[in-house]
Write a protein that binds this ligand. Structure first.
Ligand code: ADP
Ligand code: MG
Length: 273
């Protein structure tokens, strides 16, 4: 890690500590200070299997072609029993913190469509490369200086959040678990669509779609698939799209490609070009 100067800790996640750092040798010609995010995953406390999967997932990250809606990957290395993953720094933090800062002020619909497009493009990129995110939630979505959303924290969390068993051990409550996972069935592409539906619901209400004070009540709530309705200040189109993603039967949920065809998403795409 001698190429990086650690500045401060910016977050503690389920798998380790995340720090802001400065590259000592800026690779760009302008000689600007380059800020990065260093994620430390301590391999010592892990089982052999967990360790193998952490390293494997760092490799997945490394081989995934860069995409504007995926947190940029710089490098990964193992040093002193820890895996360090160096990522581009998302200056405006995560979406969970952003929504908390709004203090109850609803997000304008045009903004929700733009961000939905960003998330769909990011997930599409992952799915095209045969990667399931498996842990889409507002805490794992990052906001850049240019108001672009990027998906982050995938791969590492991949093996941790797939089963209900591991959900028990993860930090925090798994509000974004899909009904099929709650029922012990396999994770699929449509499970990522469910979690994305939970995120867009949260953009439109500032609340979790499925909430309970303890895990067993939460699982019951998710399996029932009922959530408080979304304010009618939002169009029927937006509310309908969210509803379609939050159908308990996975096969009824739209695919990422189908969601790209929703009017509001197409309009946001047209504005981006
Ligand atoms: P974990 O697997 O530990 O949950 P995350 O990648 O989600 O790891 O990081 C935990 C926290 O660290 C995030 O919620 C966020 O606050 C911060 N963080 C992580 N990556 C970045 C990044 N690239 N830019 C800015 N903040 C980040
Ligand atoms: Mg995380």
């Amino acid at each position: 890690m001698e190429n990086y100067k650690i500045l401060r800790t910016i977050g503690i996640g389920s798998s380790g500590c995340v720090r802001l750092a400065e590259c000592k040798q800026p690779p760009n010609k302008k000689n600007e200070i380059q800020l990065v995010c260093v994620k430390e995953v301590s391999l010592g406390n892990m089982s052999k299997e967990e360790r193998r999967s952490a390293v494997r997932e760092a490799k997945v990250l490394k081989h995934l072609p860069p995409h504007p809606n995926i947190v940029g990957y710089r490098s990964a290395l193992i040093e002193n029993g820890s895996l360090y993953i160096v990522l581009e720094y998302a200056e405006s933090g995560d979406l969970d913190a952003y929504l908390a800062r709004r203090n109850g002020a609803l997000v304008p619909e045009a903004q929700i469509w733009k961000w939905t497009l960003h998330l769909l493009l990011g997930i599409h990129h992952l799915h095209t490369h045969k990667i399931l995110h498996r842990d889409i939630k507002t805490k794992n979505i990052f906001l850049t200086r240019t108001n672009t959303l990027q998906l982050g924290d995938f791969g590492i969390a991949r093996s941790l959040a797939t089963t209900l068993d591991s959900a028990h051990t993860a930090i925090g409550t798994p509000f974004y678990l899909s009904p099929e996972i709650c029922e012990g069935r396999a994770y699929s592409w449509k499970s990522d669509v469910w979690s994305l539906g939970c995120v867009i619901y949260e953009l439109a209400t500032l609340h979790h779609a499925f909430y309970a004070a303890n895990l067993s009540d939460l699982i019951q709530t998710i399996i029932r698939g009922r959530y408080p309705s979304i304010s009618s200040t939002y169009t029927r189109e937006l509310r309908g799209m969210i509803g379609s993603m939050l159908q308990t039967r996975a096969e009824l949920r739209p695919s990422v490609e189908e969601l790209m065809g929703v009017g509001g998403v197409k309009r946001a795409f047209g504005e981006m070009l």
